[in-house]
Write a protein that binds this ligand. Structure first.
Ligand code: NAD
Length: 272
């Protein structure tokens, strides 16, 4: 069953039981114009959240919003680059102006690179850190200020990676940025515990998105046996909807005693 069919089924079941796990919550999901972020935005909307869909690509953000509305959900798009503080300030203000507050932040926007450290330019390094780590810091900073100003509980879910727990040759910059995201997650969890804001990180292995497609193609072009590698490490590709399920759990009250965790979703990849 595809992600949209799953969403439809969940939507129907919840409506009948009148129980939705994110009822009346306002969520901001960054990088939600495609892939994992889109699946999270859709799943949150199905569970009753009003979702602000951010992407650096405004058209794809709009597409996600249309998909959510088709499924009966509530969403609004905002174009913006998470690594630029002026964009981030505008984004968070848009959430408040549109839906009156912010309860859930998913720091999902991220970019990849596969290059040995000795071949990487400083610009390439800065781009990865700028989006994957600085972006998470900036959006968190402004979202948390907003949450604190309303004195209400909040949830933050940071998209790390199995590469935030272990590393692989060629992933120096990406892996460093994702280890950084996990460090930031732990620090924010401690800083924000007195304010009832929980912060957790999700650590997926390869998930079936454009990003994974690009990385696997690159491996293939370098003569690396991508299928063998994939099968050996994780058995199969994950689905964006499977990551969305974990993000939903972490964003909902069902995970009320969890904060500062970095949760692998990897079919055993990091267990070996
Ligand atoms: P993707 O490339 O398919 O989609 C990423 C989306 O983020 C795109 O719509 C892109 O336009 C947007 N984006 C990029 N930079 C942005 C920025 N500065 N501001 C706002 N939006 C921006 O990627 P994906 O596979 O869906 O990955 C989503 C997240 O999950 C990333 O943080 C990635 O590192 C992480 N992740 C992915 C995988 C995987 O195998 N796909 C595995 C582990 C972790």
């Amino acid at each position: 069953m595809g992600d949209s069919q799953t969403n439809e089924l969940i939507n129907k079941n919840r409506k009948e039981k009148k129980e939705m796990r994110l009822q009346d919550k306002v969520a901001l999901v960054t990088g939600a114009g495609r892939g994992i972020g889109r699946a999270i935005a859709e799943r949150f909307a199905v569970e009753g959240a009003r979702v602000v869909v951010n992407d650096v690509n405004g058209e794809s953000a709009q597409e996600t919003v249309e998909m959510i509305k088709t499924q009966g959900g509530t969403a609004a798009p905002i174009e913006g680059d998470t690594s630029q503080e002026t964009h981030v300030e505008r984004m968070v203000q848009f959430v408040v102006d549109t839906y009156g507050g912010l309860d859930i932040l998913v720091n999902n926007a991220g970019v990849e690179i596969w290059k040995p450290i000795h071949e990487m330019t400083a610009q390439e390094w800065d781009r990865i850190m700028g989006i994957n780590l600085r972006g998470v810091f900036l959006v968190s900073k402004h979202a948390v200020r907003q949450m604190l100003s309303r004195n209400r509980a909040g949830q933050i879910v940071n998209m790390a990676s199995v590469a935030g727990l272990v590393s692989f040759p060629g992933l120096g910059a990406y892996s460093t940025s994702k280890h950084g995201v996990i460090g930031l997650t732990k620090t924010m969890a401690l800083e924000l515990r007195p304010h009832n804001i929980r912060v957790n990180a999700v650590c997926p292995a390869f998930i079936d998105t454009d990003m994974a497609g690009r990385l696997l193609e690159l491996l293939k072009s370098q003569g690396l046996p991508q299928d063998d590698l994939l099968m050996q490490n994780q058995g199969r590709l994950g689905h964006p909807g499977e990551v969305a399920n974990l993000a939903l759990f972490l964003a909902s009250d069902e995970s009320s005693f969890m904060s500062g965790a970095a949760v692998p979703i990897d079919n055993g990849c990091t267990a070996q």
